[in-house]
Design a protein around this ligand. Structure first.
Ligand code: TZP
Ligand code: MG
Length: 217
């Protein structure tokens, strides 16, 4: 039996990556993507010192507020709190979701990466607002990954939890419908938008594909 997920109001999740923006300003690429249909944004900065990360987070929050799009911070609770982000995304080896809940009760969107099947029903997953199938497909954007869930893995996880599922890794316009049909609630992308010639149009087409596929489920 396949479980439906509890309501998740987001469909297209942009994970920022300056390198993937091909020399363009990450803020401008993100704003274009939001205009195209991205409804959730994660600021993921692996190479910035905390002060530069905070400066960027505050600018990003300011911009996203104008579109009423929530900002999620990757793996840095202090920055998430300091910029009044909507939430935090943590990986399997980052601060555990239960600790985030205890330290930041105001967090409204807490995401947790699923890298192993045994995580699906652990207490950390249970207290998260979404689980990220990470990666759903192998991707050059992030290579230090463990399980490539694929469509079969997505269906399997969908059958085991009602927690909203975000699929990430190797998603593009050609496979988006399959991933939604397999049970993902929301698709997260880096390169399909950040590296696109026209990030707004890329977001628009992905969003259309997702909404169309959701209607057919
Ligand atoms: N986590 C798992 S895969 C990934 C992250 C941040 C990168 C996804 O990038 P792309 O370019 O959408 O495949
Ligand atoms: Mg991490």
């Amino acid at each position: 039996m396949t479980l439906a997920s509890i309501a998740f109001p987001y469909s297209l999740y942009l994970i920022t990556d300056e390198a993937a923006c091909r020399g363009r300003d990450v803020m401008a690429v993100t704003e274009a993507a939001v205009k195209g249909g991205v409804d959730l944004v994660q600021l993921r900065e692996k190479n910035l010192a905390d002060d530069a990360f905070l400066t960027r987070a505050l600018r990003m929050k300011d911009m996203l507020d104008r579109y009423d799009v929530p900002l999620i911070i990757n793996d840095n609770l202090a920055i998430a709190q300091a910029c009044h982000a909507a939430g935090l995304h943590v990986g399997n080896t980052d601060m555990p979701p239960r600790t985030v809940r205890a330290r930041w009760p105001a967090c409204t969107v807490l995401g947790y990466s699923l890298e192993y099947e045994k995580q699906i029903q652990n207490a950390e997953a249970m207290c998260s607002d979404y689980l990220a199938l990470s990666p759903v497909f192998a991707t050059p954007t992030k290579t230090n990954t463990i399980t490539e869930w694929g469509l079969a893995g997505t269906r399997k996880v969908r059958a085991l939890t009602t927690t909203p599922l975000v699929a990430i890794g190797g998603i593009n316009l050609h496979n988006a419908a399959d991933v939604i049909r397999a049970g993902a609630d929301c698709l997260a992308v880096v390169s399909a938008i950040c590296s696109a010639d026209d990030p707004a149009r890329a977001a628009e087409r992905l969003r259309e594909e997702i909404e169309k596929s959701k209607q057919k489920r």
